[in-house]
Design a protein. Structure first.
Length: 94
């Protein structure tokens, strides 16, 4: 399962390394990226760490900008369930 957050309102020119360094002071990320749109994403090893980061980082200031941090809902379970249904339907048809 993935425990991700979306980080908005990043200052212009923020790269993934700078964001990772900043996020690390709130919780240890296992993945960080910044899109050209200026939004970032960070992934954590557990829901507890992710939720702790959200509570501390949402509304916090970074390089003069107030960040927005929200949990990214993943559809991993749903995707696996749909794949299982497709595979089962193939087996039944054979």
């Amino acid at each position: 399962m993935q425990y991700r957050v979306r980080i908005t309102n990043l200052p212009s020119g923020t790269d993934w390394k700078a964001l990772k360094d900043h996020v690390r002071s709130f919780g240890d990320p296992i993945f960080v990226d910044v899109a050209e749109s200026g939004e970032g994403v960070a992934e954590f090893a557990s829901a507890r760490v992710r939720d702790d980061v959200v509570s501390k980082l949402d509304g916090a200031e970074f390089r003069g900008q107030v960040l927005g941090v929200k949990v990214v809902e993943t559809e991993t379970r749903r995707g696996v369930f749909v794949l299982l249904l497709i595979l089962l339907s193939c087996v039944i048809e054979v």
